[in-house]
Design a protein around this ligand. Structure first.
Ligand SMILES: Nc1ncnc2c1ncn2[C@@H]1O[C@H](COP(=O)(O)OS(=O)(=O)O)[C@@H](OP(=O)(O)O)[C@H]1O
Length: 311
């Protein structure tokens, strides 16, 4: 127990004993989520219990449970984030004729699908879900998409490289290593062109996306709406990665199975790596396993595929 005097206030504090509760299962929303939560809150919650007395104004010493105080504040934060995101989505449906949501099925994207479902956006397809099949995705991604379609009652609009009906046709022409031989050409054929075709053929007038301020410095000042070639709507702009996980847990929303195998973000097989869990919730940590080992033509490290520069 340590103590210090602050003017008229006397403050004492002690480190709380750890709960000692072991992780029981390997899923993120089970035991591992609990351990992630512990990692996240380590820096904030070393001191859990304060007893505060104010000699001048308080006759009785009052015990204040700091952990409970923070938990209540965090719960209020989550409620606010959810109601704000829902109202942004609601307004998008009311103000635009053809909004669409390009969805990569990562954690934040599933939060968005759940929110869209809650506001009824899949009824009459008020919001279209765009899915780019790059022909290089993990098999789990296709299975997960199907399960979400069934759960939420939407049918994704799927686009892939032009001129090929199947992955085999694409491979017969370009082989399996185009991304090594010419990464720009690969991005153009498998991602950027199909993406642009999706936007133009669906005549999208508002792009709902999962960008957040905590993705990294380039997104540090995002707002919920941004004017451009089309309006970008970013309902999760003020969320953090941990808020997405809290939402998924609280609402029992299924998440991409590869998160449990160590991947915080998921894209193509060749450009996605697992990341140690303690790094997931650092600033920019979610995307730290993406584009590993890939360079742009000018030699700089690759951080994006070029899809979102089109938005
Ligand atoms: N398969 C698929 N289908 C539809 N939309 C997708 C897909 N993969 C990625 N995206 C969206 O494209 C944006 C860029 O994603 P990434 O930088 O992660 O690159 S990559 O496309 O996965 O290589 C990014 O959106 P923003 O974050 O808004 O820029 C992704 O959500």
């Amino acid at each position: 127990m340590a103590a210090m005097a602050l003017g008229h206030h006397h403050l004492s504090f002690a480190a709380a004993p750890s709960s000692g509760r072991p992780a029981r299962d390997s899923s993120l929303l089970g035991g591992n989520f609990a351990s992630l939560h512990r990692i996240l809150s380590k820096s904030h919650a070393r001191v859990l219990h304060y007893s505060v007395s104010c000699a001048a104004a308080v006759k009785e010493k009052e015990a204040l449970d700091i952990q409970q105080w923070n938990d209540e504040a965090y719960e209020a934060r989550l409620q606010h984030l959810e109601s704000q995101a829902k109202s942004v989505l609601q307004k998008t449906i009311e103000c635009f004729e053809r909004p669409a949501f390009p969805c990569a099925l990562i954690a934040g994207d599933v939060v968005m699908l759940d929110l869209l479902h809650k506001i009824g956006a899949f009824e009459k397809e008020a919001v279209k879900v765009i899915f780019i099949d790059t022909f290089h995705l993990f098999p789990e991604t296709y299975t997960f998409l199907k399960s979400l379609e069934d759960k939420y009652g939407f049918k994704a609009r799927v686009f892939h490289a032009a001129d090929f009906n199947t992955k085999e046709e694409y491979l017969a022409k370009h082989g399996s290593d185009l991304y090594i031989r010419d990464i720009d050409e690969y991005d153009k054929i498998c991602k950027v062109e199909p993406f642009n075709r999706a936007l133009s053929s669906l005549q999208v007038d508002a792009m709902i996306n999962g960008r957040r301020r905590d993705h990294g410095a380039e997104r540090a000042h995002l707002e919920v709406a941004q004017a451009g070639k089309m309006v970008n709507v970013q309902p999760l702009a003020y969320w953090e990665f941990r808020d997405c996980w809290s939402y998924l847990k609280k609402n029992s929303v299924p998440y991409h199975p590869l998160h449990d195998k160590g991947y915080p973000s998921i894209g193509d097989v060749q450009s996605t790596l697992p990341v140690p869990k303690e790094k997931w919730f650092e600033y920019g940590g979610e995307r730290s396993g993406r584009f590993q080992g890939l360079s742009n033509k000018d030699g700089s490290l690759k951080t994006e595929c070029g899809i979102h520069s089109q938005k």
